[in-house]
Design a protein around this ligand. Structure first.
Ligand code: NCD
Length: 303
């Protein structure tokens, strides 16, 4: 495997290996602090980001490597009309590995095909976000100790939320997993998730616009309504406040529920929830750095 474009590029064995490596990095950070000496990561971000770009950069720095790149398309030659393929080929002359975020679905794949160094998809449009999924998986593993036999609720913008698509794809490979997909009618998961992922594997799932009954969920994965992917502002304003998680609502949930969110949060989780021990979203942020360290090592072929 040269690149990570979709979470399906990784087998469940690869994922187990990355989780184990991340746990080892957490336990023995000193062992890893020189592993990427003289290696360079390029972060090519054509779309806004805080966590993903900075966690890639922090990950490479903690491995002893260095970082180059841009954080907006307007400061790159994309603004002069250069193609993603040409930019990637150029950058491969300067760096050893690329992390790319792009508003167009498929752009990181185009980059991967155009250049000889590993390319990591750091989010492509409303499509996929495999490294957020790795952060989510490490969090689930550390909180629950397993991936199988979990009931997972996804709530919010399941249509445009790329982290949702990648995490459903990843979790649908484990035994006994079921999903409750909570969203307004207009923001249901795309058809290909229903048919190619859930339908094909016969995964039990329920689609609903009602979240009154969450007493048996093991995980609740909240998402923000993806304003930048809406065609009109009026629809966004109508849909953004439909599901807001409050401390009151959590009273009926399991005592060991894991509340997740890829962040950024807008208003879909009330601040009062942050102090609930079941809130795991800032743990996801930290886990994201460690699993990206493990991924960089894997793709560079460093043990
Ligand atoms: C997510 C993304 O960019 O898709 N953020 C992230 O990378 N953690 C979620 C979002 O923007 O809502």
């Amino acid at each position: 495997m040269k690149d990570l474009i979709s979470i399906s590029d990784l087998s469940t064995g690869d994922i187990a290996e990355l989780i184990q490596k991340a746990q080892d990095i957490i336990a023995n950070p000193d062992r890893y602090c020189e592993k990427c000496r003289r290696k360079k990561l390029a972060t090519l971000f054509y779309e806004p980001s805080t966590r993903t770009r900075l966690s890639f950069e922090a990950a490479m720095l903690e491995l002893g490597g260095s970082v180059i790149g841009f954080s907006q398309a307007s400061s790159s030659s994309a603004s002069k009309g250069e193609s993603v393929a040409d930019t990637a080929r150029t950058v491969s002359c300067y760096a050893d590995i690329i992390a790319m975020r792009h508003p167009k679905e498929g752009a990181p794949l185009v980059a991967a095909e155009a250049c000889p160094i590993p390319v990591i998809n750091a989010g492509d449009g409303g499509h996929n976000h495999p490294t957020q999924t790795l952060a989510d998986l490490l969090t689930i593993y550390r909180e629950k100790g397993r991936f199988d036999h979990l009931k997972i609720g996804f709530c919010g913008d399941l249509k445009f939320g790329r982290t949702v698509h990648s995490l459903i794809t990843a979790m649908s490979r484990y035994e006994g997993v079921s999903f409750v997909l909570i969203s307004p009618e207009e923001l249901r998961v795309p058809e290909y998730i229903r048919s190619d992922v859930l339908g094909k594997k016969r995964i039990p799932y329920k689609e609903t616009d009602n979240w009154d009954d969450m007493h048996d969920l093991d995980i609740l994965y909240m998402t923000r309504v993806q304003r930048e992917r809406f065609f009109n502002e009026a629809d966004y304003l109508r849909l953004r406040d439909v599901f807001i998680l409050t401390a009151e609502r959590l009273k009926s949930a399991k005592p060991d529920l894991c509340v997740m969110h890829p962040l950024p949060r807008v208003n879909e989780i009330e601040r009062a929830v942050d102090s609930d021990p079941r809130a795991c979203y800032f743990k996801q942020v930290l886990n994201g750095k460690y699993i990206r360290m493990a991924l960089i090592l894997k793709l560079l072929g460093i043990d």
